[in-house]
Write a protein that binds this ligand. Sequence first.
Ligand SMILES: Nc1ncnc2c1ncn2[C@@H]1O[C@H](COP(=O)(O)OP(=O)(O)O)[C@@H](O)[C@H]1O
Ligand SMILES: [Mg+2]
Length: 340
Amino acid sequence: MPGAIHAEGLVKTFGDVRALDGVDLDVPEGTVLGLLGPNGAGKTTAVRVLTTLLKPDSGRAVVAGLDVLKHPNEVRRAIGLSGQFAAVDEYLTGRENLHMVGQLYQMTSKAARIRAGELLERFNLAEAADRPAKTYSGGMRRRLDLAAALVVSPPVMFMDEPTTGLDPRNRQQLWDVIQELVAGGTTLLLTTQYLEEADHLAHDICVVDHGRVIARGTSDQLKVRTGGERVEVVVHRPDEIVPARAVLAGFGKGEVAVETHTRRLTVPVTGGAKLLAEVIRELDARGVEIDDIGLRRPTLDDVFISLTGHTAELAGERAGGAAGEGDGTAGEPAGEEAAK
Ligand SMILES: Nc1ncnc2c1ncn2[C@@H]1O[C@H](COP(=O)(O)OP(=O)(O)O)[C@@H](O)[C@H]1O
Ligand SMILES: [Mg+2]
């Protein structure tokens, strides 16, 4: 398959850390795989192996019909990569950066200039186009990095947390760009910590944690596997969280998830509307005032909680804080190991 990504048994260790602990991946041509996982799960390591930047200790991978270990140069020519190891030259302007990438890919100077102009427009960088990249904010750099990956339209693209640090408007725009790319036949492997992003863009999802794939399937399949409905309650006052939790625990078929700042509690249940009525009566009997209550299908967040035991949000904090707004580099391990 010329546009597909296939990996088998990838293992990569850094000292004691098994960053990849036997990962198999399959991305059929023209589809999007969302690689989902908390910080430190091994997502970037997987991308680096598949894009020839890092050699695995064992396992094999074929990208665009080419073995990444045997034909790294050919693989590099067939793929586009954007992500946390941006190839943006600080001292060149945005426009010059994109022009240079075009020329690296053997476009004529004129074609490269036209393409650069289109992409700058597309990624809301037109106004800043003639300023050196070093004056850009984190979010602007991220957009420039993405634009650089799209100068030529390679059959296989890798995007490592493409929208981390982007504001909602730019995120939505990028999603549109990605959907167009895929409609045009591009195969895409995308890593993300945003479950909503995977839900929106990915045909298939692989959830990774500690270097292993712990679940895979479509978003719907994962939700079904996570179980039936949830009761979701928003209590009126913070001190009502504890008694409400006790009530839900009595009715639930699993852990009660609590989001303190929104006073929202969620628990998987079976029993539908009848059960919901009982929950309401019991909360009332205990004097818990509720702002909102309802039954809903599981979201990808529920999937994530039931698989990893924590929310994606908390997962980000586990490794010392999620990437802040405008900072496109947070959460990256220091000390790049160059590929040999
Ligand atoms: N170059 C490196 N040197 C040492 N440890 C690394 C290196 N790259 C990644 N790791 C470790 O491997 C694990 C997986 O990292 P990574 O692939 O960056 O995860 P993710 O992208 O999912 O956040 C982490 O524990 C990380 O600290
Ligand atoms: Mg990463």
